[in-house]
Design a binder for this molecule. Structure first.
Ligand SMILES: [Zn+2]
Length: 169
């Protein structure tokens, strides 16, 4: 019985080989809750939020969709990926910018590290890195980015220096 249960579990679990980071493309001085995000995605015709995880400005990690279910966050790559979104990505003027707070940097790092433990060998990248490689040189250059999301180099987050302990100074 036990073996059978494990088999069913493995059959139901999709294969993950990609972790994609996004921003909510909302202003860093505005509050955009996980409820706002879910409501917006439902309005766009999804059954729930398209991302699996959402990281609020205070560092809170909200699970919005079960990892077992494919997300709806990046065209052509949803089947085998996990989508993580951070609150922000636009500065006070509404221009694309890396607006991650120290809390968000910290939580993002923790979450990505844990997901890599569950899905070893997965590639970590930003939404913009999955833009079409128009000149077909094997690399997606900045001028090829369809959008700026998430406004930082996602591949760097694990090699960056450990972020300073946020807050409590
Ligand atoms: Zn995105």
């Amino acid at each position: 019985m036990r073996v059978k249960f494990i088999n069913i579990y493995i059959e139901n679990m999709r294969q993950i080989n990609l972790i994609v980071l996004h921003c909510s493309a909302t202003r860093c001085d505005r509050c955009y809750t996980e409820h706002d995000l879910t409501t917006d995605h439902i309005r766009r015709g999804f059954s729930e939020a398209g991302y699996h995880y959402y990281i609020r400005r205070n560092g809170d990690i909200k699970t919005l969709r079960s990892v077992e279910k494919a997300g709806a966050h990046v065209r052509g790559y949803n089947a085998h990926s996990i989508g993580i979104c951070y609150e922000g990505g636009l500065d006070e003027q509404g221009k694309p910018a890396d607006t991650r707070t120290p809390f968000q940097k910290h939580s993002l790092r923790v979450l990505v590290k844990l997901l890599l433990r569950d899905y070893p060998g997965s590639r970590v990248c930003g939404h913009r890195d999955l833009s079409p490689d128009r000149n077909h040189d094997g690399e997606v250059e900045p001028e090829e980015w369809v959008k700026q999301c998430p406004c930082f180099d996602a591949a760097e987050i694990l090699s960056e220096a450990v972020p300073e302990m946020p807050g409590y100074r």
